[in-house]
Design a protein around this ligand. Sequence first.
Ligand SMILES: [Zn+2]
Length: 241
Amino acid sequence: MHSEMDRRQFAFSLAGLGRLWPQPRFVHLCGIEFRVKRYASSPRRFLVIHGDETTARDVLSDYMFDHYGIAYMVTNSGRNVEIEGVTIDPNRMFSRVGAQKSIDSLNPRIDAARREKALAFLDRERRNLLRKLTPGAGSRLFALHNNRDYSVNDEIPGSDRVSIRQPDRPREFFLCTDLRDFEILSKSPYNVVLQTKSEPDDGSLSRLAARRGFRYINLECAIGSYEDQMERVRWLDDRLP
Ligand SMILES: [Zn+2]
């Protein structure tokens, strides 16, 4: 009798623990699996979209332990994903034009029917993906990336404004689409560029954000620079509304 009661109480307390430390949830969006981490109710959205950018994923996963917002992190291990048997860069699927370019470059011998099937699938699924990633009114989407052979110097020519406070650290930089965010970030000790144009449409999230008018900030850091990336995430999240 006693042991039965103990067992019930134990099971009950485990259920209570589960509510305090929720288990990770997973969702499929555009055929891609994302791990979802949520802390309290908040209009803020966070994203890691490239599976081989493991530092960004580690930073965001740790950060979301005790900060408001909802984070979506891809679970695959490569940069590209397979959708309907076709390879695509997930940061090029936010428009049909961009998705088609990415599919053509990554699947050189693809036939028209298979390409059309993948594009039609994305056209159907994209709305749900965007519904999840679009921040609440007035809030922002913050995406974390890592780079290996890419830097702020690649973005300066296409930017409206730039603030380079760390010229010796070109691989660490913010890219934002809203002037007010740029004004705040340009007071940081870090590199930042502003890009408000929605063209040319390459299917990336920054172009989509410019088109749709929501605030988007992208943080690039060298792969492996965990502390540098965490420091910048904290700086931004503490100061941007
Ligand atoms: Zn990336």
